[in-house]
Design a protein around this ligand. Structure first.
Ligand code: SF4
Length: 335
């Protein structure tokens, strides 16, 4: 891993765009029932206090219920995914003549205008409309967890790079951190595009995310870095689209403890000449104890942040690796 060139470092000297320094909320779409709206088939909801209260501090939600949108009303007959020959349809659980497949797909397409202003979407699991994955598909009367809700499936096809997650999966610390981290990065990407893309800015964006990418997948991170070094020969707009697709795909791969250790050790190298024997030993031990699962990631990260406050390094200060999301979310405490 190498640092980034000086002309790129000159692009911005401040860190006001670090997640913890941002105050504007991030626009995020969400299944209405997760915000407590009584839109489920039985007039109930599936309010999640973590989503509403904790993430609500950072996310500005836009709620949408596709089944209400297509006029099913409350209360309503339940619907389900059913295999019919080669296709899957969304039909009434009791009344198979009620087929809302096309209406759900059309509804997702009709929402494109506001969808494209979002930086993430949180959907309700298991729903034949909103579920992202592992939704039951009935073959005869046997359920197979192989489907996606048709509204969300269409949303994913329309916006393949948009971070989308199910509320159920947010209960898993690794998936939760992965999703929220992607959201912050995706917002930065759009801000970069909105500011007017140049190769210099793209190179800077990559440099600031490089260590993050290495914590997810080293080979893929290297490949993406190599592609960037040839970008000057290509149409920048076209390259940018392939770049962000590759970057979001890498970020979807859960970061591993092993890769984090490699990155932590790499960062530690920048402090070599500044730390005395005891401090060095403490840092080495905290990384080792993280490696064997005795300490969470937040411990070596906090220690490194402490040392870089004393001994600043421009490359590390501008990297998002040591400040990936607001501390208050405590996402690194459970990794
Ligand atoms: S899961 Fe989706 S379709 Fe079902 S009630 Fe919630 S928002 Fe509406």
């Amino acid at each position: 891993m190498t640092d980034f060139p000086q002309h790129v470092a000159d692009l911005s000297k401040d860190n006001t765009d670090l997640p913890e320094n941002r105050t504007e909320k991030i626009p995020v779409g969400i299944s209405s029932c997760l915000l407590g709206e009584r839109v489920r088939y039985d007039g109930g909801h599936k309010k999640s206090s973590y989503i509403m209260d904790t993430l609500g501090e950072y996310f500005d939600y836009r709620a949408f219920c596709p089944e209400m949108e297509i006029g099913l009303g409350v209360p309503r007959e339940t619907i389900r995914l059913v295999q019919q020959d080669d296709t899957v349809r969304v039909v009434g659980s009791k009344n198979p003549d009620l087929d809302v497949t096309d209406a759900l797909v059309a509804s997702a397409h009709q929402q494109r205008d506001w969808h494209q202003k979002l930086f993430a979407y949180i959907v309700k699991k298991d729903s034949p409309s909103c579920g992202m994955e592992r939704v039951k598909v009935f073959k005869k009367d046997t359920p197979h967890r192989i489907g996606s809700g048709f509204y969300t499936k269409t949303l994913m096809e329309n916006f393949p790079n948009l971070p989308i997650e199910e509320e159920g999966r947010l209960g898993d610390s690794v998936l939760r951190e992965n999703f929220i981290h992607r959201v912050f990065i995706y917002r930065r990407w759009h801000e970069l595009i909105d500011s007017g893309l140049t190769l210099n800015k793209l190179t800077d964006f990559h440099a600031r995310h490089k260590l993050v990418l290495f914590s997810h997948n080293q080979d893929a991170a290297r490949t993406l870095g190599n592609s960037l070094s040839n970008a000057h020969k290509l149409d920048l707009e076209q390259y940018a689209y392939s770049y962000i697709s590759a970057l979001m795909a890498i970020l979807k791969i859960p970061a591993t403890r092993r890769n984090h250790v490699n990155v932590l050790q790499h960062i530690q190298g920048y402090l070599k000449q500044y730390l005395d024997k005891d401090d060095k030993q403490e840092l080495v031990e905290s990384i080792e104890r993280y490696r064997v699962g005795q300490l969470p990631l937040i411990v070596p990260i906090t220690l490194l942040n402490h040392y870089f406050r004393k001994f600043p390094n421009e490359y590390i200060d501008r990297s998002y690796y040591l400040a990936p999301h607001p501390k208050e979310l405590m996402l690194l405490n459970a990794l």
